[in-house]
Ligand binder design. Structure first.
Ligand SMILES: [Zn+2]
Length: 180
């Protein structure tokens, strides 16, 4: 495993052990380690809690172009979540465990710390004014249909389509920017 920038491998192993994440998680899920972004820029605020959303600079530039192109077509894309640190990812999992969900269930919708594309500052969870929930119904919105058609032009790809090999549920809201 390569070393995520801000958390040593040992720290990550400790976090995993505490959460009970199996050692073969990455291999069986065919997931690769994701490094934490070195630089981040603000792109907006989450509509629910008002928290500032950040992306890596090049992903942010792609987002701004995509957002403008969508607006031009009458589509409002709302950013719901961007960069997430390794400790924040661990907190999300701990909160769900505390709420009584099983780890297996949680790992179908949340990547283990160190393996979330959100660590890189290139992944963006998107909604639209009529749909800000992170659920599969987003796929029925005009915003999603627009993304399917146009997101690739701006470097964004759907990471977890139906039947993806990572054992992660269909996430029509999760788009990741990749340099071309
Ligand atoms: Zn996401």
């Amino acid at each position: 495993m390569s070393r995520p920038r801000n958390s040593s491998r040992v720290a990550l192993r400790r976090i995993w052990a505490r959460l009970g994440i199996p050692a073969d998680y990455a291999r069986t899920r065919r997931l690769i380690p994701q490094r934490e972004a070195a630089r981040l820029v603000a792109i907006g605020r989450a509509p629910d809690d008002g928290k500032i959303i950040r992306l890596a600079p090049r992903a942010a530039a792609g987002w701004r172009k995509m957002h403008a192109a969508a607006a031009h077509d009458g589509i409002v894309l709302l950013p719901l979540s961007g960069f997430r640190s390794v400790p924040r990812q661990a907190r999300i999992i701990r909160r769900k465990l505390a709420a009584g969900r099983t780890l297996a269930e949680i790992l179908r919708s949340v990547a283990a710390p160190g393996f979330s594309e959100h660590h890189t500052g290139r992944a963006l969870d998107l909604g639209s004014p009529e749909h800000i929930e992170l659920d599969a119904h987003f796929a029925r919105t005009a915003a999603f249909r627009w993304l399917r058609r146009r997101a690739g032009e701006f470097g964004f790809r759907l990471s977890y389509p139906r039947g993806n090999p990572h054992g992660i549920a269909y996430e029509p809201w999760h788009w990741c920017w990749r340099s071309r």
